[in-house]
Design a protein around this ligand. Structure first.
Ligand SMILES: NC(=O)c1ccc[n+]([C@@H]2O[C@H](COP(=O)([O-])OP(=O)(O)OC[C@H]3O[C@@H](n4cnc5c(N)ncnc54)[C@H](O)[C@@H]3O)[C@@H](O)[C@H]2O)c1
Length: 397
């Protein structure tokens, strides 16, 4: 039987997301000691009162000096703080859950990945939507063959202007890097081990430009190595009066079917004299509703705690987060140049085939037989006519 043990955890940055993480840790039987660090003293006191940590301090470096702390969750802003704090945490021997983005530059992400490997530390990025049951269902519909071979996908995500101002006011990262990133992660995860080969993107800048020098939204088209194409639209300019925080629509179409997901959060609404109509439980991380959470961040936090306690690899690999970064950086470049961007095949890390090892093995065997290193197995099969590669949709039947 696997060894199970309680762990000691620190949350660094206890704003909105860090507050949810700290609350989830405080309630978890996996956590023996919770420690928190937050530079805003009033927020530190507020979260300490909610979560009763063993220590609460403004200087996270003092937490890293504590050898009894096994893991840290880094939920700081601005986003430029992610890389240095993650690096210091790993150097101090801590397992790390880091909010997206993994870093500002690819070279920083590479450094963190190398360090986590060298020190044999769990390292995962907060792509919380993977823990949204609706998103997990799409992944399963592809894996179990329900929709057949994927053909195309669309994800359209909008958040309100208030959140857009909060994000673009603190960091000069694009909507591709800050919003579409969740959906790039999700679709690449669904399509693994296929790899992205081409990215084209267009931004619109009509509303936020004057005040924040930021675009309003981005539309991205990504082509995969087997010819599958997907598009992601991500914007942060829904009017403040919009009754919602975040609204997402997904279409995944395959050779044998399609799965459509309405994640627009219009299923619960409240009307009041003061605020009119609101869809109250619609933020992306998912706020606390008494004893439960409305969204995936609490489940994601528990998953990380379990992985550290049981010595398992978390679902989101840092290598995958790096690939997501390559795609959104290509989208930024495409916006700038107004041209499609081809992703370099060499040197790009493999997509994490976490739940499809058999498929990866077959793909490797096929590549060896076929001798063409550049293509996805489905494309190999079509091109070279090798019957030895079972179509994915028949795998579980
Ligand atoms: N997974 C999701 O669904 C999701 C949703 C929103 C935001 N995020 C990501 O999570 C991160 C946090 O977002 P947020 O909305 O909670 O931001 P926030 O601004 O509400 O909270 C960040 C906190 O970090 C604190 N901080 C900054 N530097 C610090 C330091 N050196 N030591 C200790 N505390 C420090 C700030 O004082 C602030 O309270 C962002 O990087 C964002 O990209 C993820």
């Amino acid at each position: 039987m696997q060894q199970k043990r309680q762990i000691n955890v620190a949350v660094i940055g206890t704003g909105w997301c860090g507050g949810i993480r700290a609350g989830a840790c405080a309630a978890s039987p996996w956590v023996k000691e919770l420690h928190i660090a937050e530079i805003k003293e009033d927020r530190l006191r507020e979260v300490a009162a909610m979560t009763n940590p063993v220590t609460a301090m403004t200087d996270y470096r003092r937490l890293l000096e504590n050898p009894s702390i096994d893991a840290v969750m880094i939920s700081t802003t601005p986003e430029g703080t992610h890389y240095p704090i993650a690096k210091e945490s790993m150097l101090a021997g801590k397992h790390v859950l880091l909010e997206k983005p993994i870093a500002i530059e690819l070279s920083e992400a590479d450094e963190l990945i190398a360090l986590s490997r060298e020190k044999k530390l769990a390292f995962t990025i907060g792509y919380s939507q993977r823990f949204n049951p609706k998103f997990a269902y799409v992944k399963r519909s592809i894996e179990d063959g329900t929709i057949g071979e994927p053909v195309s996908a669309l994800v359209s995500r909008h958040i309100t202007r208030n959140l857009g101002k909060k994000i673009s006011g603190r960091v000069k990262l694009s909507p591709a890097a800050m919003e579409a990133t969740h959906d790039i992660d999700f679709v690449l995860w669904c399509l693994a081990p296929r790899r992205p080969v081409r990215v084209y993107a267009q931004e619109v800048a009509k509303i936020m430009k004057a005040q924040y020098n930021a675009p309003d939204c981005v539309w991205i088209v990504v082509t995969m190595d087997d010819g599958t194409a997907f598009t992601i639209g991500a914007g942060w300019v829904l009017p403040p009066a919009y009754p919602n925080f975040a609204s997402t629509w997904i279409e995944f179409v395959g050779t044998e079917g399609a799965v459509m997901v309405d994640d627009t959060h219009r299923d619960v609404y409240v009307t009041s004299m003061k605020d009119g109509i609101r869809f109250p439980i619609s933020s992306m991380p998912g706020e606390k509703v008494n004893h439960v959470y409305a969204g995936p961040m609490e489940a994601e936090t528990r998953h990380f705690l379990e992985c550290v306690a049981m010595g398992r690899q978390p679902l989101v690999t840092a290598e995958h987060a790096r690939l997501v970064m390559q795609v959104y950086k290509a989208a930024d470049q495409s916006v700038e140049t107004n041209q499609p961007v081809t992703l370099a095949a060499a040197g790009a890390p493999a997509l994490a085939p976490a739940s499809t090892p058999q498929r990866t093995k077959r793909a490797a065997a096929h590549k060896t037989r076929c001798g063409d290193p550049g293509l996805h197995p489905t494309a190999h099969k079509t091109r070279c006519g090798d019957p030895g590669l079972t179509p994915p949709r028949r795998r579980h039947r």
